[in-house]
Design a binder for this molecule. Structure first.
Ligand SMILES: [Zn+2]
Length: 251
């Protein structure tokens, strides 16, 4: 008798569980947004950015593929639970810190980042890395422009070396050259020069982009939006207040 009664109950439970999964899947899987052939933003159907190309995708797929919300048409965004799912399903190779709600750069997960070795050094905010097994879209050797930080110029062809440029360049060289690092990404994968835009995390799990600003080797560069904009601005304020590095009295 027990088993006969048990079967319908198990069936009933299965229906509940399967139904629940569909409900959870719901919103982000069903919401349709639109992307273009070349852009890195997703849009509402009527956005003027879609004049040239218009590809319909689910919101979840758009976010998993690294697209960020357009700032002019303000399309829907994932809620917190859905964002977590997107993070879990997106490939480690393109660990994008903008998908989940992170409190700050220290909350990023190095375990999901792309490993690389810094093979040469260009200046304070630019290095070259070797990526042992580059995912699709990346080369074995890439030039990385650090996101959200601008260090004084040292290699500009038409300008003099700026104040503290050499110090910033030396700091980056000393901390990164020859080191194994982890790379994390934000909305945009490359800049207009084709350089990879990344956060570099050192072996101790610290975000090197943030360290440069905190130690006064560079400004927070906020012309393009990025996940840790508020944090980096606050770090610059701190460095200015404490007169660190380029904010020192000798200037
Ligand atoms: Zn738009």
């Amino acid at each position: 008798m027990k088993t006969r009664k048990g079967i319908p109950f198990v069936l009933f439970l299965s229906v509940l569980v399967i139904g629940g999964c569909f409900l959870l899947q719901g919103a982000a899987g069903d919401t349709r947004v639109y992307v273009t052939n070349s852009g890195k933003k997703y849009h509402r159907e009527n956005c003027s950015s879609l004049r040239r190309s218009k590809i319909e995708v689910s919101l979840l797929d758009a976010v998993k593929s690294g697209y960020g919300p357009c700032t002019s048409c303000k399309p829907p965004v994932l809620d917190e639970g859905e964002a977590r799912t997107a993070v879990e399903q997106s490939p480690t190779a393109f660990y994008r810190v903008n998908i989940a709600a992170l409190e700050g750069s220290a909350a990023a997960d190095p375990g999901r980042m792309l490993g690389a070795e810094v093979v040469s050094h260009v200046d304070g905010d630019t290095v070259r890395v070797r990526i042992p097994n580059p995912p699709e879209g990346l080369g074995t050797v890439e030039t990385i422009r650090l996101i959200g930080v601008d260090t004084p110029e040292t290699v500009h062809p038409r300008r003099e070396v700026e104040f503290f440029g050499k110090e910033a360049s030396d700091f980056t060289k000393q901390k990164l050259l020859g080191k194994q690092v982890n790379l994390a990404f934000d909305w945009d994968t490359r800049d207009k020069y084709g350089r990879l835009l990344a956060y570099i995390y050192t072996a101790d799990g610290a975000c090197f982009n943030a360290a440069l600003i905190r130690e006064g080797y560079g400004h927070a560069y906020t012309r393009f939006t990025f996940q840790f904009m508020d944090e980096f601005r606050a770090l610059e304020q701190e460095a200015r207040r404490e007169k660190r590095g380029l904010w020192g009295n000798e200037q």
